[in-house]
Design a protein around this ligand. Structure first.
Ligand code: HEC
Length: 137
């Protein structure tokens, strides 16, 4: 009886491990795809290291927008941003254009990349999350 309990426990832990691994692999693949999207659509303004250009294009390093509310972050990509904001004591007044032409997958990938690069560490974003915000417009 005890042996069966131990066997079931090991089986259970194995399944938990596999699910966790699959999730981590998904985020890793998304980060890799997102890097390409970033290079093509964001790098010119936010720079290769995510450091931005002082008082012109804000940095993406540990900002409250990048690490904070996912809905707000996704909305910035879908609708752009035209609000004076202050990051690390610098003010940014230039607007950012909408990137709604990118697919749900591309937006999910680029944001997952940004949230796991430049010193950031945060959960990934899925195409389903982007789709939900896009539908609410
Ligand atoms: C033409 C230049 C330009 C491009 C291209 C651009 N941005 Fe921006 N981005 C800006 C500017 C300027 C702001 C500040 C807007 C404001 O203050 O209203 C901004 C703000 C942001 C913010 C919120 C503030 C912060 O720094 O945390 C995020 C997040 C962001 N951009 C991510 C991206 C991503 C991801 C892409 C590529 C899909 C991208 N941007 C493309 C110029 C750009």
């Amino acid at each position: 009886m005890k042996k069966i309990a131990v066997f079931i426990l090991i089986l259970f832990l194995g399944v938990v491990y596999l699910v966790a691994q699959t999730g981590a692999a998904d985020v890793k693949a998304s980060v890799q795809r997102g890097k390409k999207v970033y290079t093509q659509y964001c790098l010119a303004c936010h720079q290769a290291d995510g450091g931005g250009v002082p008082r012109m294009n804000p940095p993406l390093q540990k900002t409250e927008y990048v690490l904070g509310d996912k809905k707000r972050l996704i909305t910035i990509i879908l609708k752009g941003l035209n609000d004076p904001i202050e990051i690390n004591g610098d003010e940014y007044v230039n607007p950012m254009a909408s990137h709604a032409h990118l697919s749900d997958q591309q937006i999910a990938d680029v944001l997952t990349f940004v949230r796991n690069s430049f010193g950031n560490k945060a959960s990934g974003i899925t195409p389903v999350e982007v789709k939900q915000i896009r539908a609410k417009k």
